[in-house]
Design a protein around this ligand. Structure first.
Ligand code: NAP
Length: 250
């Protein structure tokens, strides 16, 4: 397919649903060959089927970002299948337990940190050597507005997303002269299955916290991710970009 990502190879984690699915589909529609990775390979295969039906190129693979060996195998699959890696969207994440810090379980804390923070680190440490071998690349890490502000009952999630911003800045500094740009994205609350643990009145109350008085759409996040991953963003690195209907402007 033609487009700004023609001949580029892109990897999206957690791409079997929600924001990751939208990122994979938008990158493919703009010409990228996309590896659709998810802990649930059936979901990844569904997304790949839809991309191919729309004329795009994609491959599905099961990968659990909480395990470094799984991530290493994932990046090897990408380079073996498509010959290299140009764009990585480290998107996989979970919502986790909802409890105040004083009663948050240690297991719940460990699980969220393992997937949402360690998982992105594992991805970056495998992706960066593959990108260096190619002469450069772009990494977009999926943070949240909760990477810059707190949110009651979500200590582990908020801590992990704040950590992602530091990880992003540091890697950006380390590879700024080697052709690798690293940025992070901060969506407000987006209508995806991640919010399915909330009942309808809670979802409405959360939507009302955004000045635009609605939840965001996955495609609105994907549009920002694709801009950051494109050559149009060639002087952008180390930075954090919100797409939040005004939430953090308040
Ligand atoms: P989603 O619809 O639940 O999609 C996330 C996908 O990642 C799911 O298929 C999920 O599988 C998968 N996944 C979970 N753990 C994984 C692992 N260890 N390895 C690989 N894949 C894994 O969620 P989403 O709303 O699109 O969220 C995507 C990212 O955006 C997350 O990092 C989230 O924190 C961030 N974000 C979301 C919102 C929002 O309001 N939705 C706002 C800001 C930021 P399972 O369903 O089996 O867990």
């Amino acid at each position: 397919m033609n487009g700004p990502f023609a001949k580029k190879v892109a990897l999206v984690t957690g791409a079997g649903s929600g924001i990751g699915e939208a990122c994979a589909k938008t990158l493919a529609a703009r010409g990228a060959q996309v590896v659709v990775a998810d802990i649930d390979v059936g979901r990844a295969q569904r997304v790949v089927g839809e991309i191919k039906a729309a004329g795009g190129a994609a491959a599905a693979i099961a990968a659990d970002v909480a395990h470094p060996a799984s991530v290493e195998a994932l990046v090897q699959f990408v380079t073996r299948t498509y010959g290299g890696l140009d764009v990585a969207v480290n998107n996989a994440g979970i919502g986790g337990e909802l409890n105040p810090a004083g009663s948050y379980s240690v297991d719940g804390w460990d699980r969220v940190i393992k997937v949402n923070l360690n998982g992105v680190f594992y991805c970056m440490r495998s992706e960066i050597p593959a990108m260096l071998a190619r002469g450069g690349g772009v990494i977009v890490n999926m943070a949240s507005i909760l990477g810059s502000v707190g949110f009651a009952n979500s200590a582990a999630y908020v801590a992990a997303k704040h950590g992602l911003l530091g990880l992003t800045k540091t890697a950006a500094l380390e590879y700024a002269t080697q052709g690798i740009r690293v940025t992070s994205v901060g969506p407000g609350f987006i209508a995806t299955p991640l919010l399915d643990i909330l009942d309808a009145p809670t979802k409405e109350a959360i939507a009302a916290l955004h000045p635009m008085k609605r939840l965001g759409r996955s495609e609105e996040v994907a549009a920002l991710v694709c801009f950051l991953a494109s050559d149009e963003a060639s002087f952008i690195t180390g930075s954090y970009h919100v797409v939040d209907g005004g939430y953090t402007a308040q």
